[in-house]
Design a protein around this ligand. Structure first.
Ligand SMILES: Nc1ncnc2c1ncn2[C@@H]1O[C@H](COP(=O)(O)OP(=O)(O)OP(=O)(O)O)[C@@H](O)[C@H]1O
Ligand SMILES: [Mg+2]
Length: 355
């Protein structure tokens, strides 16, 4: 190698996706090689023990506590990358799909969107960061159009400040912050045309949204999650939350061992999902063709079969690591834990696009 080669040779750069969930932190480190995303490392650390709660339960920690957890996780997972993308909780963001007047001129269109956004965002514009996407048309019409559909996205400044403090406190550098559902879509939804419903079953809440041609057409959050099953088991069997958490993972939803009636929690989630599905189908006049289960709660044993019975449409379990290259012997593990890492994988994939 000549001096210039070594000077300009692009050394393989690793990137990091960081998902700050309500119950745990997840990181995924990728590297680009030959156009592929190589999985270098990944890891998860429960936030509960850092804030006086149990593993698997949701928390509400300070930026200092999250920073401490993140530093421990980076060490444990042997993360070497510094450049990262970070998730914004869906609960801390506001999404609104609106129809606005169309303008051919891009600058004029931007002005209209930003002015109109004020009507839809229920907090002063100085308190939020606004972003927006124009929804591509399904059938481009010949005649001059007079409206456009725009997805407005707002995130409170306080949330971004918290995330920025965590990132700098952990000695990392973030080039973007992304609402978690967009990261998940990148990692697990490949269907280019037909509408897909995603159920991200987290610890404290479940995010339900319909994705059509890569765009969020409808989104909703329910305050029911997998921690509710753990709590029900603890109460009904008189065991600790730690024990109940283990029982939940072991037993799953159906069968003799299932305790604490996990199906009651899922039926609450599914009835909300059904409502969202019906709302989408009637207002868009299209049917949702499949459901993608993701989040830690999506890993629940026998949940796929149970969901298939409930909805009578195709149900799949998210496999975000399928988008990454990893040794074959790791595949079974990666498939099993995949749903929990969908957000982190999606973030790392976007970060990789920067290279
Ligand atoms: N194998 C499993 N079976 C059943 N539940 C599981 C399993 N693995 C994890 N969970 C549950 O999933 C939940 C955590 O999911 P996840 O990591 O997606 O949540 P989070 O990202 O922290 O939360 P949120 O997305 O709501 O902010 C916990 O309640 C945990 O008990
Ligand atoms: Mg999550």
């Amino acid at each position: 190698m000549s001096f210039f080669d070594s000077l300009f040779a692009k050394k393989p750069e690793s990137v990091l996706g960081i998902d700050i969930g309500s119950s745990s932190l997840k990181v995924v480190q990728l590297r680009k090689q030959g156009g592929k995303a190589i999985l270098e490392t990944y890891g998860e650390l429960a936030l509960g023990p850092y804030g006086g709660a149990e593993v698997g339960q949701a928390t509400n920690l300070s930026s200092e506590q999250i920073t401490e957890t993140l530093k421990d996780l980076l060490r444990e997972a042997k993360v070497t990358a510094k450049g990262c993308g970070v998730s914004i909780p869906f609960a801390r963001s506001l999404l609104s799909l609106v129809t606005l007047p169309y303008r051919k001129d891009k600058a004029e269109q931007k002005t209209i969107i930003e002015l109109e956004a004020r009507k839809y965002i229920p907090v002063p514009m100085s308190e939020v960061q606004l972003d927006w996407f124009i929804i591509p048309e399904t059938e481009p019409s010949e005649k001059e159009k007079d409206t456009v559909d725009v997805l407005l996205v707002a995130v409170h400044n306080d949330e971004l400040t918290l995330l920025q403090n965590v990132v700098s406190g952990a000695g990392l550098a973030a080039s973007f912050y992304e609402i978690e559902i967009f990261s998940t879509i990148r990692a697990v939804v490949d269907e280019p045309l037909r509408p897909v419903m995603v159920l991200d079953i987290g610890a404290a809440s479940t995010k339900i949204y319909v994705v059509e041609r890569g765009v969020v057409a409808l989104s909703h959050s329910v305050a029911v999650g997998s921690q509710d099953i753990t709590r029900a088991i603890a109460v009904s069997s008189g065991v600790s939350l730690t024990r109940a958490e283990a029982v939940k993972k072991e037993a799953g939803i159906e069968g003799e061992e299932a305790q604490g009636h996990p199906e009651l929690v899922f039926s609450r989630i599914f009835s909300e999902a059904r409502r969202v599905l019906t709302q989408y189908e009637t207002s868009h006049n299209k049917s949702v063709t499949s459901i993608m289960l993701t989040g830690g709660g999506g890993v629940t044993k026998s949940l796929g079969a149970y969901a298939k019975k409930t909805f009578s449409i195709d149900v799949r379990l998210a496999d975000p690591f399928a988008k990454t290259e990893a040794p074959a012997f790791m595949r079974p593990v990666l498939e099993e834990i995949g749903p929990e890492f969908a957000v982190a994988v999606g973030l790392a994939l976007r970060k990789l696009e920067e290279i």
